[in-house]
Design a binder for this molecule. Structure first.
Ligand SMILES: *Cc1c(COP(=O)(O)O)cnc(C)c1O
Length: 403
């Protein structure tokens, strides 16, 4: 076999310029470390944006993938398959839900959720009940429906008319929702933790009050747990901290731990409105993706891993505050479990991208959530020694920036 040499500069020549990847190309990963083309090593606190729940090249995931790869890759939904049914049954056993729809990305799971909510309302109450209420600053994906529902206008502007029947209210503000919700509302959509919006958790009282309003107006409550789900917060799904159950929940990112798969979970009476032929996906429920996700779920949904998330949060949060004591970079640490937002102090505001780049030069991968928040979403099983070393590398990077 002969390899064609490619470099980062090829990206600018070959790819649609909608991304701005950093100036190295990773070629290999193991656990929470990755290596680039030059053999430089990095500690990964970005986790592929909250996707690599078990780090890189996890032996259990590799085994599930290769076992399935030797058996059956794809059959389409003209047929069902064993991994999809096993994964569905485990997701149902672990959550509020009793029905599952599989897709391939977070946006597609949300697309299914929004379509289902409208179809349910159409069938049960009539065509006028089609209003969807979402939150300012929320993120639900990049299809036209999901950018229309999302609360960041920069993602929907310039793409022609947005979808109609959608309104936005401030997050964590029950009075604002009370003003807008009506008998024509079919669904209220909430991220239990706003990820892209800056790692902002919803108050538990807020979620309980939203649930009450939804019940009062016969509207469905949709939790978008694409980023917050699958163990990320120390429980399998973030809603489990509040005790407030949704009617529809979407999961993606960590669900496949790096293999593209997503799921929409719901109750039986709602699911019934997606009858034969109403919705679908060629790849959705693909045996490879489901086999990998089943293994991820088996590993993540254990006391050991979930409790470990709490401990790792504490190590990171304490470390970041200690660091900030010496170099006053962060004004607060927010988020839950291993979805952490370190809010930049006034003097550092707007510099999240610079911090990300400086960290990379020191062998550390971090994320931003807007220009004012450094975001961390590492593997749920990142070794504690890697956390300690990551904090040292971050200190070095920040000291360099502070000059
Ligand atoms: C990432 C994300 C999405 C979109 O997922 P894709 O797989 O990129 O389509 C939707 N909702 C939330 C909360 C997300 O964090």
């Amino acid at each position: 076999m002969h390899a064609t040499q490619v470099t980062r500069s090829d990206f600018d020549r070959l790819m649609v310029p909608n991304y701005a990847p950093v100036d190295m190309i990773p070629v290999r990963g193991e656990g929470s470390r990755v290596w680039d083309q030059e053999g430089r090593e990095y500690i990964d606190l970005a986790g592929g944006i909250a996707v690599n729940a078990l780090g890189h090249a996890h032996p259990g995931m590799l085994e599930a993938l290769t076992d399935q790869a030797g058996k059956l890759w794809h059959v389409s939904n003209v047929l069902t398959n064993e991994p999809a049914l096993r994964l569905a049954s485990k997701l149902i056993a672990a959550t509020f839900a009793d029905r599952v729809f599989f897709a391939n990305s977070g946006a597609e799971a949300n697309e299914a959720a929004f379509k289902l909510a409208r179809r349910w309302a159409h069938d049960t109450a009539g065509a006028q009940k089609n209003q969807i209420i979402a939150c300012t600053n929320s993120f639900h994906g990049r299809t036209l429906f999901t950018v229309s529902v999302g609360g960041q206008p920069k993602y929907s502007q310039g793409f022609g008319p947005a979808l109609e029947g959608i309104s936005h209210v401030p997050y964590n503000d029950i009075a604002a929702l009370e003003q807008v919700i009506s008998a024509e509302t079919c669904a209220v959509v909430i991220e239990p933790i706003q990820g892209e919006g800056g790692v902002i958790p919803a108050d538990h009282e807020y979620l309980a009050a939203v649930r009450k309003l939804c019940d009062q107006y016969n509207a469905l409550l949709i939790f978008d747990e694409v980023q917050s789900g699958m163990g990320r917060t120390g429980k399998l799904f973030a809603y489990m901290h509040s005790g407030v159950e949704p009617d529809i929940l979407t999961s993606a990112k960590s669900l496949g731990g790096g293999f593209p798969i997503s799921a929409m979970l719901t109750r039986e009476s709602i699911a019934a409105h997606f009858g034969v032929g109403t919705h679908g996906s060629t790849y959705g429920g693909n045996p490879l993706g489901c086999a990998v996700a089943e293994r991820v779920l088996d590993i993540v949904n254990t006391e050991e891993v979930l409790r470990g998330v709490e401990r790792r949060y504490q190590l990171l949060a304490d470390g970041l505050m200690a660091l900030s004591h010496d170099i006053p970079v962060f004004e607060s640490i927010r988020g839950k479990g291993l979805l952490i937002g370190a809010v930049l102090s006034e003097a550092w505001r707007g510099q999240a991208r610079q911090i990300q780049e400086a960290a990379q030069k020191e062998g550390l991968l971090v994320l931003q959530a807007g220009a004012d928040v450094m975001r961390l979403a590492p593997s749920l099983i990142i070794p504690e020694a890697d956390i300690a070393e990551a904090l040292q590398r971050l200190r070095k990077a920040l000291a360099g920036l502070a000059g």
